[in-house]
Design a protein around this ligand. Sequence first.
Ligand code: ZN
Length: 370
Amino acid sequence: MSAAHIIGLVASGQATSRAELARLLGWAPSTVSAHVQELLDAGLLLESGEGRSRGGRRPRLLSVPAGEGVMLAADLGGHHARLAALDGTGRPQKIRDQEMDVSAGPEAVLDQIMDALEELGDGRPVLGVGIGLPGPVDLDGVMVGPSRMPGWHGYSVRERMSRRFQAPLVVENDANLMAMGETVARGPDLRDFVFVKAGTGVGAAVVSDGRLHRGARGFAGDITHNRVPAGGDRPCSCGNFGCLETIASGAALVAAVNGDGVDVKSTADLVRLARDRHPTVTTNVRFAGRQLGEVLTTIVNFLNPQAVVLSGALAGCDLFVAAARGVLYERCLPPTTQDLEIAESVAGPDAGLLGIGRLILDQGVALASS
Ligand SMILES: [Zn+2]
């Protein structure tokens, strides 16, 4: 384990010398030197140039050799997975999109995904492995009550992965990963924000002071099962009635628009018609955006974030975003919205993969300093 921590600290730029490693790991300098020497001998670390001296001998700079260690990442949707080999700093090197069906159950799906990841890794040393899942995941990497994922409830994804990979593991809900990916894409200035993934479903995540806020069991950030007054007695996938999901998710919007006699098959179809200002679609999309805005108002007042970042198919729909924004500005306390940025995500389709890279690096640091 210590090898991965050392590589993670060096790869992320948090440590460039033995002295910095000793400080971050809390180890004796002789112990750090012994481990570093093993990694240098194995070719997993490189020593080059000379760092800045703080009096005394100048330290040699440590780095991760380009093309050596690899992180493996998989971002799963309902019917599709995006897989990648990331370099030691968490940047995608090789990306592969793959069809799959989560309803095939966890074992079949995970075996298929892990085989594909191993292939992408190409036999290189594995620095960490991460997987993003389209449903609630607890802190132990167990899925809890995911909708439209038969067979996954109570299944330990982390345990299954640990049988194959002896490396730091990340098992996380997809919105959480996308939020962390946004911190990579936007850089260190974005530290406090609410991330909303508005696609077929509605997911959200909270990043506080640059770190993911997971909550006591890992389920923080759920907004989709907030009851909204306009939801009335519409049945929700969670078994309750009137949740935000029954109005503001892509799936609910498609159903509503179909009910009004307009033929749309997917959220993408819907967004296209909204861009063309189809009157029925426009009315429904605006209404949905306002309901999302209502729920976000409470969260923005409570958390005072620097930004609300919107992602997913509906985030590309100006009517939806404008409606949510309008309610936020109207209903939030003025000091809260004065500098509030409401923006579309810039991380793009690799957001989840970037988030996995970031969390693998963070995990190396957290484990090392515990
Ligand atoms: Zn619900």
